[in-house]
Design a protein around this ligand. Sequence first.
Ligand code: PLP
Length: 394
Amino acid sequence: MPDRIYFDHSATTPLDPRVAFAMNLANVETFGNPSSLHSEGRQARELLERARGQVAALLGAAPAEIVLTASGTEADNLALLGVFRPGADKTSGHLITSATEHPAIIETSRFLEQNGIQVTYLPVDEHGLVDPDELEKAFRPNTRLVSIMAANNVVGTLQPVAELARITKEHGALFHTDAVQSAGKVALDVTQVPVDMVSMSAHKLHGPKGIGALYVRNGVRLHPLVFGGGQEHGLRSATENVAGIVGFGTAAQLAAADMTDEAVRLVQLRDRILAGLQEALPQAYLIGHPSKRLPGHLCLGFAGQEGESIRLLLSLDEAGVAISSGSACSAHKASEPSYVLLAMGFDPIRARGTLRVTLGRFNTTVEVDRFLQILPPAVNALRPVASYAGFVQR
Ligand code: PLP
């Protein structure tokens, strides 16, 4: 599909050819089991540990603090269930999270609630931000873990992770952040920020799907979720996906190498789209925080046309542009309002109609300018939502 424009990098990113090359080499030349003692096994172990070091370096962590998982979802589950695994402790405890977390956190929190753990879902403001004062007020004597995402997948808002982590440490609890959307795009240095756990996923940074990691600060003890041969410090038994891990390591190294320059470039492209759209379409508005947002992330609404976002997505797809409406994880619930936008105070009609435009490494100004020619006529061709005014008045 040579002429297509891919603007859905928050859903997933294309594999960088350099990552594909490293994975291919690992697959073809290194088939040993990293737990085997012979040369083939030791060669696989060596590749795996080098890749672990590359992933660790993205956060300024020690390699031994990285637990490799099969996804960002699994890393999130390990962070929460690893602290609160039902049946593993006599005490129950209290978890603080936010109303706009990814389902990997929200659904795990609900499961914990059903198993006797108390959970507080912190509210967010109209930009999607958690208020540090609200966190301060939410602590209870039995609060054991706070989990607040670094960047939201739907609206792109960046949370004040450093401040939230510092408050949490003052209360003696553990702090976890889901950095699946921000890792490799926005710096997070665990030597400076007192986070205890960080979730990441390779396929959001031009690496392969099906590989994630949980950073676990030295000294933090978790219950395992997967039992078996004791790989990954006993926290995640299974023969390791060596080629996938090598892909993650390479992707992490590439992202770290030019994170600052790439962020500047993506902000320029993002702002060019926003300025162009606001000029062409007076009904276009930005959703999420105007400046505290992921570099390549735009979440847009079109006043009066919110119910038409799926039609818009499909007509853009026909015109050769891949974008998403809300998050990929909720595509099967596309007609339902987004719980993230509802939490931000949007009414149910406005909460259904978002367009998410997310940029990545291979996007260019030429593509942005082509998009700016394609989108305005596509939006203008939509019907206004007849019931919108009526809905608001009722
Ligand atoms: N957390 C966030 C914020 C995400 O955006 C995603 C994926 O969209 C995940 C977790 C899950 O990651 P994975 O797709 O690797 O399971």
